[in-house]
Design a protein. Structure first.
Length: 143
């Protein structure tokens, strides 16, 4: 079983004086959030890690439908990249649980806020390799 330190809104979570860790489906959700919200190229050591979604959503002049399709495609690519990284984890003999591995992507929804068009709501639904449905949601904005 692998784990990651639990992060909420960019802060490490401390519980009873210890750092809280993520395991199983909670780790899968955090991994998805990290890869989707990290700008591709932000890490000079791993420039392929992350997504281009914030660059495509914020400040473009494309129509809403095209913007949503591009964003969904970029998020799909980022999550598929994460799935490849998880396969590499398994090949390196790192112990992982089925619920921390993404088996499939069920749905990616990107919606522009009707009140503030600079804000986009994203929802991602997946199935883990342990057949557990997981969902995460986040917003992207230029605010």
């Amino acid at each position: 079983m692998s784990y990651d330190l639990r992060v909420i809104s960019g802060d490490l979570v401390i519980q009873n004086g210890d750092f809280r860790v993520c395991v199983d489906s909670e780790k899968a959700i955090q991994d998805v959030l990290k890869i989707c919200l990290t700008n591709a190229g932000a890490n000079p050591i791993f420039p392929w890690y992350g997504s281009f979604v914030s660059r495509s959503l914020v400040g473009n002049n494309l129509g809403t439908n095209i913007t949503m399709q591009v964003a969904q495609s970029q998020l799909q690519s980022a999550i598929e990249n994460l799935m490849s990284l998880q396969k590499a984890q398994i090949k390196s003999s790192q112990p992982v649980t089925p619920d921390e591995l993404i088996g499939s992507i069920s749905n990616i929804s990107v919606n522009r806020n009707k009140i503030d068009p600079r804000v986009f709501a994203v929802s991602v639904t997946m199935i883990t390799k342990g057949f557990k449905p997981i969902t995460t949601a986040f917003t992207i904005s230029s605010i």
